[in-house]
Ligand binder design. Structure first.
Ligand code: FAD
Length: 363
């Protein structure tokens, strides 16, 4: 029997496990799938890492470290460059590093797929929960007092225990990887007036004909990652392929795909879509819907919500109430992003702002 069972060893799950383990016994289940992620640490993520007293090891970093984001508006054909202090990381190594910080007292099952739970029929206020999971192909069960869903955007824990919320919009994220050596830049064929340095910068591309979210390219250790978040539909892959045709038309001639990734990404359309849990079932990170509705940046909120829940567990009063109080700032920051959202995603407003050139770098 364990006090806390955590499903998912992403940044949220590993951080919670590390911060509660002295006081509570912890079971951590993870299905060890490689992560589909851009691997960009935004300033918010850097700040929470500093608050958690964590410094990134060199092994997690990748080349280059971009100091600017290039924004391309495919609808208005405008390009602007904005200064940004990002840290470029290898996402799988980042997760492995966070996992390596856990003491041996956390019971980590790294090839275990969570399936379902059963609550004990009991009159006790906190009945035990039986977790069913498949570990190395074998069906197993363990009992816990608290279940924490830290199982990311496609969270099974959230889907099993909470009604689906139409304000949590679902997207399919595609990422195709290419070797830089196989890429040719032919800017003279481009319909855009300025050259884009795909090998140095993080590039965000808005194209309202294909998605109401956005697409991106990120250079990583001699490779270029081309990705996009497209609303879930049968034609989603087709739209992502059209995006790559567009990229080609602005001068980026890609070679053979080295690796393709696909996963679900959720986007809270309003903060009412955020769900922190109920009774003894709690949600953290992207499972709770805690992700930026403008950039899909979610590492900072995964770390911050794990820290908020750990503080609630460690103060050991009313855990759910304290967790809700501790996440107020995280949710307020997400709310602030809604002010920016219409400007970024409405093609008319975006064009006005980009034409005005506020905070853009002069090139
Ligand atoms: C394409 C893409 C690009 C992104 N780029 C960025 C970026 O550049 N910067 C940024 O800050 N954010 C980015 N995000 C968002 C970010 O990846 C997530 O918000 C963040 O990883 C959330 O952390 P988490 O710990 O909540 O969940 P996750 O990191 O998703 O971890 C969940 C874990 O649970 C495990 N799991 C899931 N189901 C089960 C199960 N049934 N049983 C056992 N284990 C299970 C998974 O294997 C995983 O290890 C991106 C997201 C996508 C989809």
């Amino acid at each position: 029997m364990y006090d806390i069972g955590i499903i998912g060893a992403g940044p949220a799950g590993t951080t919670l496990a590390r911060l509660v383990v002295g006081k509570y016994s912890v079971l951590l289940l993870n299905n060890s799938r490689p992560k589909c992620c851009g691997g960009i640490l935004a300033p918010e993520a850097q700040k929470i890492l500093a608050q958690l007293d964590l410094a990134l090891p060199k092994s997690v970093l990748v080349d280059p470290q971009p100091f600017a984001v290039t924004i391309i508006d495919a609808n208005s054909k405008l390009i602007k460059h904005y200064p940004r202090q990002y840290v470029n990381i290898n996402r799988n190594k980042f997760d492995q590093w966070l996992l390596s910080l856990l003491p041996a007292s956390v019971d980590i099952r790294s090839n275990a797929i969570y399936k379902k739970i059963e609550s004990e029929k009991s009159t006790s206020r906190n009945p035990l929960i039986t977790i069913h999971f498949i570990e190395n192909g074998i069906h197993k069960t363990e009992q816990v007092k608290w279940l924490v869903g830290a199982d990311g955007g496609a969270s099974l824990v959230r889907n099993q225990f909470f009604k689906s919320n139409p304000k949590l919009k679902k997207y399919i994220a595609f990422q195709d990887w290419y070797d830089n050596n196989d890429i040719k830049i032919e800017s003279e064929s481009s319909e855009l007036s300025t050259d884009i340095n795909f090998f140095n910068n993080y590039v965000g591309i808005f194209n309202n004909d294909l998605t109401d979210f956005y697409c991106w390219t990120i250079p990583k250790d001699g490779q270029l990652l081309i990705g996009g978040a497209i609303p879930i539909s049968n034609g989603a892959r087709n739209k992502f392929d059209k995006f790559k045709t567009y990229i080609n038309s602005i001068g980026l001639k890609t070679g053979q795909i080295k690796k393709s990734e696909i996963c679900q990404i959720v986007r809270p359309i309003s903060t009412s879509a955020i769900n922190l849990g109920r009774d003894q079932i709690l949600l953290i990170g992207e499972a709770a819907g805690l992700i930026s509705p403008t950039s899909a940046e979610g590492i900072s909120t995964a770390l911050a919500s794990a820290n908020a829940l750990a503080d609630a567990f460690n103060s050991n009063r009313n855990i759910l109430n304290d967790y809700k109080k501790n996440t107020k700032n995280i949710i307020r920051n997400i709310k602030l992003k809604y002010i920016k959202k219409p400007v970024m995603f409405n093609s008319f407003l975006r064009k006005l702002v980009m034409q005005a050139g506020f905070t853009a770098l002069k090139k």
